[in-house]
Structures are given as structure tokens and as C-alpha cells.
Design a protein around this ligand. Structure first.
Ligand code: T5A
Length: 210
């Protein structure tokens, strides 16, 4: 799975619960469309019929063995890539994706103890050479994000994990961004949504349109 002929751009949004990924995804897609870019918004786990079915298993049932859980995330991801993301990129569409493989490293790795080696092997298998062109990590103290997320209603399995889990997830996202500064950028998600969008658009202009 490579994208040497792709003309679209692959932008992923990462971060903890309630950090504002969905809000930014909507606004960013709108702003890119206003710049004349064909855009597709999608999400993980999900984004294709089979992947949405797996999402139901992951968010609703558990506990899973950590490797089995990571494999389910990557099975959904592979289906999402094959059916939705790669066809869009190959036809020149810009894809804005709410969560991707970094979420598995943060949640199943730092959160649940999956080894980096297993994560890398699953990446090799499911993604091949594909990596996002730009990853925006929305950083927010977990208690603030959880407050935002829970104000919308019932908590899913991951949202019900404890404070220590969410602190590890936050630290993992920051470590991922520090390790790959060419691909990733950290945004202060505690700013008003308009300011988060402004920062995101600045990075898109600088890194993908410059
Ligand atoms: N998961 C996922 C894994 O464990 N491994 C994986 O590999 C993958 C891909 C998905 C769950 O799956 C886990 C992680 C997740 O727990 P989900 O319901 O899709 O579950 O959860 P999230 O992706 O975390 O999505 P949320 O909807 O909970 O959070 P968002 O999208 O970050 O936040 P958003 O935009 O919905 O905003 C939340 C609230 O805050 C407000 C919004 O209006 C909304 O009310 N808000 C702001 N308020 C003030 N200032 C801002 N800047 C704001 N931005 C948004």
C-alpha cells in the first residue's frame, strides 16, 4: 500500500478525549474547501462500513486482550484505508481524519501496555509505507477534555478509563510529536476553537501548500 501517485494530502488529528478533534475536523475541512480543495472528512475507528462495525465492538464491548484490541483497531484501519482513504487520495482529494495509528500507540501502547514492537509490526502490515502528510496533536489537560466530552452524554469504554490512563495517553501523544517533528505539530487545544483553527490553517499553509 503506497501512495507514490497520490495527489491528495492526508491530514490526521490526534489527542485525548474531548480535545476538539471533531470540531477542528469540521472547521478545517470547511476552510480547505473554501480554498478550493476537494476534501473528505473521516474518522477512526470507522470511516468505512466494515470499520464502523468494528468500532461498535471496540467502543461497546470489552475488556479485550491488548494485542487483540490493537489488531481490531488495525483491521478497522486497513478497511478504512482500502475503501475510503486511499481511493480519495489517489483521486486528488484532501483527507482530514479524526484519529489514526498514533491513537493506537497512545491508547493501546501507553494506556494499555501494548509494546511498540507489536504496534510497529501492525503498522507495517496494515499501512505499508503510508504515513500522514501532517498530524495535528491537540493537547489539553485530560480533566478539561473529559469535562468537555462528558458534557455531551454517556462515556465510552475509553472515556471510563481512569485519570492515570489519560495522563499516559497525553504524554504519549506529546512524545510522538517530539519524535517526528517533520510530520507532527502540537496545538494548544485550550484556546478558543477559532484560534485552534487559525493555528491549524497556518501549519497547513506552511507545510503542505508552501
Ligand atoms: N481509540 C481510537 C483507541 O483506543 N485506539 C485507536 O487506535 C483509535 C483510533 C473513539 C475512542 O477510540 C479510542 C479513543 C477514543 O476513546 P470517540 O467517541 O470517537 O471514541 O472519541 P474521541 O475521538 O475522543 O472524540 P470526542 O468526540 O470525544 O472528542 P473530540 O472530537 O476531540 O472533541 P469534540 O470536537 O467533539 O469536542 C468536545 C466538546 O468540546 C467542545 C465541543 O463543542 C464539544 O462540545 N469544544 C470546545 N470547547 C471550547 N474550546 C474549544 N477549543 C473546543 N473545541 C471543542
Amino acid at each position: 500500500m503506497t501512495r507514490t501517485t497520490a495527489k491528495g494530502r492526508f491530514i490526521t488529528l490526534e489527542g485525548g478525549e474531548g480535545a476538539g478533534k471533531t470540531t477542528l475536523s469540521r472547521a478545517l475541512a470547511g476552510a480547505l474547501a473554501a480554498r478550493g480543495r476537494p476534501v473528505l472528512r473521516t474518522r477512526e475507528p470507522g470511516g468505512a462500513p466494515g470499520a464502523e462495525a468494528i468500532r461498535g465492538l471496540l467502543l461497546g464491548r470489552g475488556p479485550w486482550d491488548p494485542v487483540a484490541e490493537a489488531m481490531l483497531h488495525f483491521a478497522a484501519r486497513r478497511e478504512h484505508l482500502a475503501r475510503t482513504v486511499l481511493p480519495a487520495l489517489e483521486s486528488g482529494i484532501w483527507v482530514v481524519c479524526d484519529r489514526f495509528a498514533d491513537s493506537t500507540l497512545a491508547y493501546q501502547g501507553a494506556g494499555q501496555g501494548l509494546s511498540r514492537d507489536v504496534w510497529e509490526r501492525l503498522c507495517d502490515l496494515a499501512l505499508g509505507a503510508l504515513r500522514p502528510d501532517l498530524t495535528l496533536v491537540l493537547d489539553l489537560p485530560p480533566e478539561r477534555g473529559m469535562g468537555r466530552a462528558l458534557s455531551r452524554g454517556d462515556a465510552n469504554r475509553y472515556e471510563q478509563a481512569g485519570d492515570a490512563f489519560h495522563a499516559r495517553v497525553r504524554a504519549a501523544f506529546l512524545e510522538i510529536a517530539a519524535r517526528e517533528p517533520g510530520r507532527c505539530a502540537v496545538l494548544d487545544a485550550g484556546q478558543p476553537a477559532e484560534a485552534v483553527l487559525g493555528s491549524a490553517l497556518g501549519l497547513v499553509t506552511e507545510r503542505l501548500e508552501g
